[in-house]
Design a protein around this ligand. Structure first.
Ligand SMILES: [Zn+2]
Length: 379
């Protein structure tokens, strides 16, 4: 009966585009790049990528993101060919320097060449380009997910502390999100962005990602359900139990967790112990709450050609699956309160004892009740 209702809800939901987009763009097989800009009079070209590698498939849109401390920079790109036409990218820059920029081209295959032009920087500074991608606007081709193997579900499972959407001043979704109430798998990503060093920085970065996804990629909301920063803070993304947009053609039943940072060459940020402990705690909660098989945890690259979540995060998956499956305390109703009040330190990984993410204990119960009472509040 309940399953019928859920199915009806799913079928009634508007067909929304959801997915991560096309191909990561590389230059001589390299992704991110950094370059210096010196103060002086412009305009002058301060970066020229040369021809990119040739991405898969046809594309009509280029999207880049990175950090520019000084707003004096412009980007333009052209397709190599007989007629060199430079398309100026539209830049969206946040006050902290994070930016994304987008350009539209005639649809077709092949690579491109990217330039940065300085219009007169006031100070010497370094610009970081974290990532570039090309894609063609088009529908997500959802596959029918395999029948999930599901363990017992515990609706009383207690979530670890999560910094809610209000804390990062989330904007509402641009379209109603589709319900996806019974997740059965989990996928790990990296943001390929800033490796944050404070909660405030992480909340800003989460807001940047939402803007990048809503206005750069034209998605309804931030793609992921959870954001975990290097300090071990867990931040709410799009509401749990709504369909994510993080794994193209494989979003159904898929909880998306993103690590803030770029865990791949050339940046090679490293997952921290606190961060892995937080993901472990979060995963353990999801496993209990929805009966998810810990073995269902995968990296984004297990679904499509991408570096995501980066080599340095990908190698933690086996440890994380073990952490997701560890169950030190029986799920007994009488014990739940005590488990929240004094979360035990659990053995983790190679015999190392990592702290569970701490924080807002008493507040969390109230927040969990509030969000349970109004699941559609953020739609
Ligand atoms: Zn990813």
């Amino acid at each position: 009966m309940r399953a019928d209702l859920l199915l009806a809800l799913l079928l009634a939901a508007p067909a929304l585009r959801a997915g991560d987009l096309g191909s990561e763009l590389t230059f001589a097989r390299r992704r991110g790049v950094e370059f210096q800009v010196f103060a002086g009079s412009g305009p002058r070209v301060v970066y020229d990528s040369g021809p990119s590698d040739v991405p898969d498939g046809d594309w009509d849109t280029l999207l880049i993101q990175g950090e520019m401390p000084d707003p004096s920079l412009r980007f333009a790109a052209s397709r190599p060919g007989a007629a060199e036409v430079w398309v100026e990218l539209q830049i969206h820059r946040f006050p902290n320097g994070r930016f994304w920029a987008k350009g539209r081209f005639r649809k077709g295959a092949g690579g491109l060449r990217l330039r940065a032009v300085d219009d007169g920087a006031k100070t010497d500074h370094e610009v970081a380009l974290y990532g570039a991608e090309v894609f063609a606007e088009g529908p997500d081709v959802s596959t029918t997910p395999a029948a999930p193997s599901r363990g017992p579900m515990d609706p009383g499972a207690v979530s670890p502390p999560v910094h809610g959407r209000a804390e990062w001043r989330a904007l509402p979704p641009t379209n109603p999100l589709s319900p996806d109430p019974l997740p059965w798998r989990i996928t790990l990503h990296h943001s390929d962005g800033r490796y944050t060093t404070s909660l405030a920085d992480s909340l800003d970065e989460t807001r940047f990602i939402q803007d990048f996804h809503q206005n750069g990629r034209k998605w309804s909301d931030i793609a992921y359900h959870f954001v975990v920063d290097p300090l071990g803070n867990i931040i709410e993304g799009r509401p749990l139990e709504t369909l994510g947009a993080h794994t193209l053609n494989n979003n159904e039943g898929n909880v998306g967790i993103v690590l803030l940072g770029a865990y791949h060459a050339p940046k090679n940020d490293k997952p921290t112990a606190a961060q892995l402990a937080a993901v472990g705690t979060l995963g353990r909660y999801l496993v209990r709450r929805f009966g998810i098989d810990p073995a269902s945890l995968k990296g984004h690259r297990d679904y499509k050609q991408t570096d995501c979540p980066g080599d340095l995060a990908y190698t933690t998956l086996a440890e994380l699956r073990r952490a997701f499956g560890s169950d030190p305390a029986p799920a007994h109703p009488a014990r739940k309160k005590r488990m929240v009040a004094a979360a035990p330190t659990e053995p983790y990984g190679e015999g190392v004892s990592l702290p569970l993410s701490g924080g807002e204990g008493p507040d969390w119960d109230q927040r969990a009740r509030n969000s349970a009472a109004s699941p559609s509040a953020t739609r």
